[in-house]
Write a protein that binds this ligand. Structure first.
Ligand code: SF4
Length: 332
């Protein structure tokens, strides 16, 4: 059976259930790269230009980890991910990802490029092209597509219900399709007495190596964690009405979710987690700090991550933030 490798980075956190179900339905075996570790990150950094964000460097590392173990490499080109009256796109790195990888990594197996460009091309049409490239019959493509949409919808539902991507995938693929699973933020820590919103790209927050397990760290400090994936799309949309003119879809989500959390009374603090060398994040981060936050908002802190960020630095920032909130609330 043809082995198709999917890097455990970037679009993996959002669309893996769809891709895996689709590729398996089209008769291939899906191979996922191993979780990020020190060596993988170092390899990615070595093969990448310096002035790029760490999630893209990680993507390189995952490609390198996979490339000699598979027959094909699956890479997404995320151009536009929402139908909108105005032009909205993802960031240039996500649009050019397959070209960047092809031009700078030697010895790659053939790349299967999957384009998501919903402003100009339907998902069904991209799926048909993929199926034809894999010599699948039209009826098999149709069946695989419909099943993939179902699985992805169940996954999105789990995220909305409070599971992390990892837990949501486990729930979906283990056939655990109802309301099972451990909500995000529940963990091995003390009984939570604070509610902290974590705002950031899922490929940053949920890569435990690069985020130094930020969600787990908060949980161990007695915090319940809420993610932007728990904010329903219509809520984000209505928040965004106050901040028109942002053309990056994923940053719009960060902005809408930040506005939602910063106006909620049951949120004790908001952590904005951004990447060093990310242009879109830096602009949206400034808007959140200057325009979204008000005097009555819960405390907000920004954490900038890159490959040099040390575990001790993250631990200190997180503990100080949580301590500060507890003291201001008069909690021990
Ligand atoms: S949005 Fe920022 S972090 Fe994400 S890929 Fe683009 S530059 Fe990197």
């Amino acid at each position: 059976m043809l082995k198709v490798g999917i890097p455990r980075a970037l679009s993996y956190y959002r669309y893996f259930p769809f891709f895996k179900t689709l590729l398996e339905g089209l008769g291939t075996e899906v191979v996922l790269s191993r979780p990020t570790g020190k060596r993988l990150l170092e390899d990615g950094v070595r093969h990448c230009v310096d002035d790029i964000c760490v999630p893209v460097k990680l993507f390189y590392g995952h490609v390198l980890e996979l490339k000699d173990r598979v027959d094909r490499l699956f890479i997404t080109r995320l151009v536009s991910v929402e139908k909108s009256d105005s032009d909205t796109y993802t960031c240039p790195k996500l649009i050019g990802l397959p070209d960047m990888i092809r031009s700078s990594v030697e010895g790659l197996p053939p790349v299967i490029e999957f384009v998501i460009d919903v402003q100009n091309r339907s998902l069904r049409s991209s799926t048909r092209r993929l199926g034809e490239a894999l010599n699948a019959s039209p009826s098999l493509i149709k069946k695989a597509f419909s099943r993939s949409l179902d699985v992805q919808a169940r996954y999105d539902e789990k995220l909305l219900g409070g599971l992390t991507p990892e837990d949501a995938m486990e729930a979906v693929f283990s056939g655990n399709g109802s309301s099972d699973g451990v909500p995000a933020g529940s963990g091995d820590g003390p009984t939570p007495d604070l509610n902290i919103a974590l705002i950031g790209h899922e490929y940053l927050l949920h890569d435990h190596f690069i985020s130094h397990n930020l969600p787990g760290r908060l949980s161990r400090l007695g915090c319940d964690v809420e993610y932007i994936t728990q904010v329903p799309p219509d809520v984000i949309e209505s928040e965004l009405a106050r901040y028109p003119g942002i053309s990056w879809s994923y940053e719009k989500e960060l902005l809408g979710a930040a506005s939602h959390f910063l106006h909620r009374e049951d949120i004790d603090g908001v952590m904005l987690v951004v990447c060093f060398a990310c242009g879109p994040d830096s602009i949206v981060g400034e808007i959140i700090e200057r325009e979204v936050r008000t005097e009555s908002s819960p405390p907000l802190t920004t954490l900038v991550l890159d490959e040099h960020t040390g575990q001790a630095g993250v631990a200190t920032r997180v503990e100080a933030f949580v301590d500060l909130i507890r003291r201001s609330r008069g909690k021990p």
